[in-house]
Design a protein around this ligand. Structure first.
Ligand SMILES: [Zn+2]
Length: 487
């Protein structure tokens, strides 16, 4: 399949009567000499030098083009089709009417495709057959091979899917999963395969991966999922995310802290008389944890800057933050945060489950956010809105996730936790709080605290519309009233 071309003869034909070529003539003649001795690689170097000296000389261009072609022929003989393709493209670039080079390019693409097909790489084979066709190399054998590659490609998809389904029916989900994944390599957006893959994970109790694939199904389903499938998806999300929070709680106990909070932060804590001696109190450790997150640190520094006291009280009540504006219009007169001994004691108390550790940490961060928010004069008398509660809960989720796993909430988690937090808020006495769709901008502007991906749910009325049909939501709350007065 070698079609070597003798340059001297061709050039004699093309360029009879041409004048001399200035400086490049030596390199040019050198190239011709090498060419005549069939030393094409050496000829190539000479002609490259010649064209560098005189880039527009058409005789040199043709000679270089032919030499590229000749070198490419030996690459084809060695089955080095990528190199051959590169050289032939160079040849055609220099001489667009070089039909023999085009034909060889077709040969190179088609041979490359055949090897790919023989190795089972049908998609790549198809791509290369199509490249051969695109440059006009449309031999009947190419069309036949192309059709065969398409058939084999479909068979290989069907094969993997069929094999997977057989294992699935035999309840060998582990092997089924392997084959569903193989099937997905060639068929990336197939809802049916994703569904079976998600089912396989679910049936082998790998809920994380099951959720990941059901989310993909939901994403690929053009219309919305029907209500039973959506209900299933929501239940799975609950299961996965609750498990994730439990895992975080466990991790929190093994976390090594990079830095302890400074004494000035510890000094903010006020103990009711007698409690200070109780060695079960882990107050400072909670502060250390919060100090090890950038936003947590920012919160604590703000509390210290404004000398906001943290009271640890005797008894067993809810945590609270009280801000007193009574004698000042622009500034909170006094802000106090109250925690109860029981909350503090549950932090890292080995007799209780890890969830208590997490709950105590959450309570602390939550109240610190209220205290910092209360410092904002713009926000005066508008504090304690439903939006404030939601924003604060999202900040808390983000900080606790970041502390225990190194990164905050993902987009999916943000959506999920926003809804869950709002449902919680609307199910307790917070439901009667007013709506103030301004807290987000205030808290981000003045205190540099960012509820994660909050732009997803900047408008809590929109979020509420999505969840208002749930049974456990109080329909007589202030959010519902705002919503119905607007529509
Ligand atoms: Zn609150």
């Amino acid at each position: 399949m070698k079609y070597l071309i003798k340059i001297s003869i061709l050039l004699a034909f093309f360029f009879i009567g041409q004048n001399s070529f200035a400086q490049n003539i030596d390199y040019y003649n050198q190239g011709i000499n090498y060419s005549n001795k069939c030393q094409y690689n050496k000829a190539l170097e000479s002609f490259k030098k010649a064209i560098k000296l005189n880039p527009n000389d058409s005789k040199t261009k043709i000679a270089l083009s032919i030499t590229y072609y000749n070198v490419s022929s030996s690459y084809i003989d060695q089955y080095k089709f990528d190199e051959a393709i590169q050289y032939l493209n160079n040849a055609i670039k220099l001489n667009p009417n070089f039909s023999k080079a085009k034909e060889n390019l077709g040969v190179a693409y088609s041979n490359k495709a055949s090897i790919l097909a023989a190795n089972g790489n049908y998609q790549e084979a198809i791509n290369n057959y199509n490249k051969a066709l695109a440059i006009g190399y449309n031999k009947p054998v190419i069309l036949q091979n192309l059709e065969l590659a398409h058939t084999k490609l479909n068979q290989s998809i069907n094969n993997n899917f069929t094999i997977a389904n057989n294992y699935y029916d035999k309840k060998d989900y582990k092997t089924a999963i392997e084959y569903y994944k193989k099937a997905l390599q060639t068929e990336q957006n197939n809802v049916e395969i994703y569904t079976k893959l998600a089912n396989s994970y679910f049936l082998s109790q790998d809920y994380e991966n099951s959720l990941k694939n059901y989310e993909k199904v939901a994403q690929l389903t053009p219309k919305k999922l029907d209500s039973s499938r959506l209900d299933f998806l929501n239940k799975l999300r609950d299961k996965v995310y609750v498990t994730r929070v439990e895992e975080l709680s466990k991790k929190l106990n093994t976390l090594t802290l990079k830095e302890k909070a400074p004494q000035s932060i510890y000094n903010l804590v006020n103990f009711e008389s007698g409690l200070k001696q109780n060695s079960n109190l882990k107050t400072y450790e909670i502060l250390d944890y919060i100090w090890n997150d950038e936003e947590g640190k920012h919160l604590l520094k703000t509390l210290a800057e404004h000398n906001i006291k943290i009271n640890i009280l005797n008894g067993n009540k809810m945590a609270s933050t009280d801000t007193d504006y009574s004698r000042s219009k622009n500034k909170a007169l006094k802000t106090e945060i109250n925690f109860y001994e029981s909350t503090v004691q549950s932090f890292k108390d080995n007799s209780k489950s890890d969830i208590y550790t997490m709950a105590a940490l959450r309570t602390f961060i939550h109240e610190f956010c209220h205290a910092v928010a209360g410092l904002n004069p713009v926000y005066k008398e508008k504090t304690n809105s439903i939006e404030e509660e939601l924003c604060i809960n999202m900040i808390v989720d983000n900080i606790t996730f970041r502390l225990s796993r190194g990164y905050g909430l993902s987009e999916d988690e943000t959506k999920y936790f926003s809804k869950r937090n709002l449902i919680d808020i609307l199910s307790d006495y917070h439901a009667e709080l007013p709506v103030y769709n301004g807290f987000y901008s205030e808290i981000t502007k003045i205190y540099e605290i960012q509820p994660p991906n909050y732009n997803l749910y900047k408008d809590i009325l929109t979020l509420y519309k999505e969840i208002r049909n749930q049974d456990n939501i109080n329909k007589n709350n202030s959010l519902e009233k705002t919503l119905t007065s607007q529509t």
